[in-house]
Design a protein around this ligand. Sequence first.
Ligand SMILES: Cc1cc2nc3c(=O)[nH]c(=O)nc-3n(C[C@H](O)[C@H](O)[C@H](O)COP(=O)(O)OP(=O)(O)OC[C@H]3O[C@@H](n4cnc5c(N)ncnc54)[C@H](O)[C@@H]3O)c2cc1C
Ligand SMILES: NC(=O)c1ccc[n+]([C@@H]2O[C@H](COP(=O)([O-])OP(=O)(O)OC[C@H]3O[C@@H](n4cnc5c(N)ncnc54)[C@H](O)[C@@H]3O)[C@@H](O)[C@H]2O)c1
Length: 492
Amino acid sequence: MERYQVVVIGGGSAGMTAAAGAASMGAKTALVEKKDSLGGDCLHYGCVPSKSLIDAAARVDTIKTQNFGFNVSGDLDFTLVKEHVKSAQATIQEIDGTERFTDLGVDVYFGGAAFLSPNEIKIGHSDVIYAEKVIIATGSSPVIPPIEGLEDISFVTNESIFDLDKLPESLGVIGGGTVGVEMAQAFAKLGSNVHIFEGSDQIFSKEDQDISKYMYNVLKEEIDIHLNTKVEKTLYHDGKIDVHLTHRNGKEERKLVDTLLVATGRKPNLASLNLENAGVATKNGFVEVDSSFTSSQPHIFAVGDVIDTLPFTHAAGEEAKTVVPNVLFGLKRGLSHAHTPWVTFTSPEVFHVGKTEQQLLSENTNYRTYRAHLDDVDRFITSHETKGFVKILTDKKGKILGAHAAGKEAGEWMQIVVFAMKNKHKIGSLSRIIYSYPTKAGALQKAADIYWREKLFEGPLPKITRKIFELKYKITSRGDHPQEAELPLKRS
Ligand SMILES: Cc1cc2nc3c(=O)[nH]c(=O)nc-3n(C[C@H](O)[C@H](O)[C@H](O)COP(=O)(O)OP(=O)(O)OC[C@H]3O[C@@H](n4cnc5c(N)ncnc54)[C@H](O)[C@@H]3O)c2cc1C
Ligand SMILES: NC(=O)c1ccc[n+]([C@@H]2O[C@H](COP(=O)([O-])OP(=O)(O)OC[C@H]3O[C@@H](n4cnc5c(N)ncnc54)[C@H](O)[C@@H]3O)[C@@H](O)[C@H]2O)c1
């Protein structure tokens, strides 16, 4: 039986980072992936295809809505949209291909891993390997809710929506979370007639309420959003999917759609791992880990979507980087996600880092709010893309507690706040750096400038300086003008 110092299960964002890290430190490492290529959800069914589709949809939308008089006509070629998506995936697949890992000395196995014992792992139907240490990074899959008739129709999830043959004329989306909203808007911009069926009373429920309300109002211009709506059953009717809905007020309704996307959350991929053979405990369906990502078995660790932290690629990657020294050298390093941002790639984009106003209120924290609206920022005005605003929350001394924004490319120009928070810079320092003019980050500068304006112009300082200037003026305007008297004589 082949023996490894580290076996990483799952070749997604977390697993690839962990395996590369362990092998680079010299440990004999194996990486086991159930599917036939590395990359995980992010590359195959998540971030990469969704962002590429969103990009294609934004271009189509620009052609339709901001064509500057060019006479563009014709129908959308959905195969070209798919090519745009697939070629982005192929490029990244090449970068993250098996060779990159074998070059680092990692033995890559393809096949589902399952524990036979705490140290023995079976791969597929044949290989069994011995692991001194294990990192579980098996990610998550879409939750399929128990809706009558759903299993009898051919619905799509994030794992199949990027393979649709043609653009659906109408798309129903169950779930108004990140996956649902991003996909709903992309398909709406491509030309589908889109409905979101959301069980709760809001979309963007994890965002600051000002952002979620704002985004609801923006998105409802393009998408038919049904809040407080229960999908009772689904069936085929006249070649379409017939979605039976009940609204919270008791009203019943039916919507006929060509394609139905289920985007109702995620569940960790644990079912086939036989964790009971390894003695690894779970909690609420996730692998239970302590702050150093160690499971109930001291030699088994877990990172990424399979644990109950933040389900994002960058969070998975950072957890993997943190766990490697713990695995190899017995350290107990932890990772706080207090400053881990996330971005929802709608139009406008939504940026989130730190606490929301609602969290601060529920903690009874004394906070201040600084806002700037994009219709007040020249760079957005120049391109006629003024939807959105910035909201920064601080304590009374200016320490940044949370920062939120909706706006064109907000995910890019808000990133500097993460640096500020992580390095304990207060909001005032965001105002004291020089921003190139005109840039989108000017929005951040405007919000931060309010802090100094309040401090400088609304505190005691202006009262004192006003008095000094009044006094000086009185002296200089008495008729005796020493400065003028001292001026050199003009040349004749
Ligand atoms: C539609 C969509 C869009 C997203 N967009 C973004 C985004 O823009 N930005 C962002 O940060 N995050 C995004 N995410 C979230 C992101 O994809 C995940 O947080 C990230 O992929 C988690 O990485 P992971 O390594 O934990 O899991 P995964 O990437 O899912 O990797 C787990 C791997 O383990 C394998 N595996 C499972 N079971 C076994 C087994 N028994 N044996 C061997 N291998 C196994 C799986 O096949 C998979 O390859 C998106 C998610 C979705 C669904
Ligand atoms: N841009 C990004 O970074 C990005 C993009 C997509 C996904 N993701 C990650 O993937 C995770 C999962 O996204 P998601 O959208 O699947 O889950 P989610 O938890 O964000 O949203 C699921 C939504 O479905 C609703 N819902 C659940 N059951 C329902 C039902 N039966 N009927 C109607 N509505 C129902 C919930 O109320 C919720 O609003 C996100 O939390 C995020 O971390 C990130």
